[in-house]
Design a binder for this molecule. Structure first.
Ligand SMILES: [Zn+2]
Length: 167
């Protein structure tokens, strides 16, 4: 039937624990990784996961490696847990061949996903755009730069800070 055809082209959602905590309803296939399932402690989020008919797939090693490398470049690696890397790896794998959206409320995961070209969507209502990107603040001259560990102006170390809003 025609309906089946349409169903096959449905969106793929790769979800971390945020989705099962908020219980946001999605039209399409939901996939997660075993480490996310392991992190769901309460009964209600586990029930939500079962009701969503979620497919649980382990991440592939090659994609985990790709995520790690990218996260190191953006300095999000300090914020990412092993589970975060698993879910990013799964999202990266699918986004290379299908319409995929990563559902997460974790800012570091969202930020890394965007750097990897993965579409993201929050599970909760809040928007991510204000806090999406990080930048570096020089501890010496207080100048801000998009990246780097050492200030190109004064040579002082730089620390990771949330990007300030443009006036
Ligand atoms: Zn400086």
């Amino acid at each position: 039937m025609k309906l089946n055809c349409l169903k096959n082209q449905a969106m793929i959602y790769i979800a971390d624990a945020s989705l099962f905590i908020t219980g946001k309803r999605l039209e399409g296939e939901v996939i997660t990784v075993p480490s996310v399932v392991g992190e769901l402690r309460d009964e209600s989020s586990r029930t939500i996961m079962e009701l969503m008919n979620v497919r649980v797939e382990p991440p592939l090693r090659s994609f985990r490696e790709e995520v790690r490398v990218k996260a190191r470049v953006t300095k999000d690696s300090e914020e990412l847990s092993s589970t975060d890397i698993d879910i990013l790896a799964k999202a990266l794998e699918y986004s290379e061949r299908e319409e995929t959206i990563l559902v997460t409320d974790d800012f570091a995961v969202q930020n890394t996903a965007i750097q990897l070209g993965i579409k993201v969507m929050p599970a909760a209502q809040r928007t991510i755009k204000d806090v999406l990107l990080w930048e570096k603040l020089c501890i010496g001259c207080k100048r801000r730069f998009p990246e780097g560990d050492v200030c190109p102006v004064c040579g002082s170390p730089m620390k990771k800070v949330r990007k300030s809003k443009v006036k």
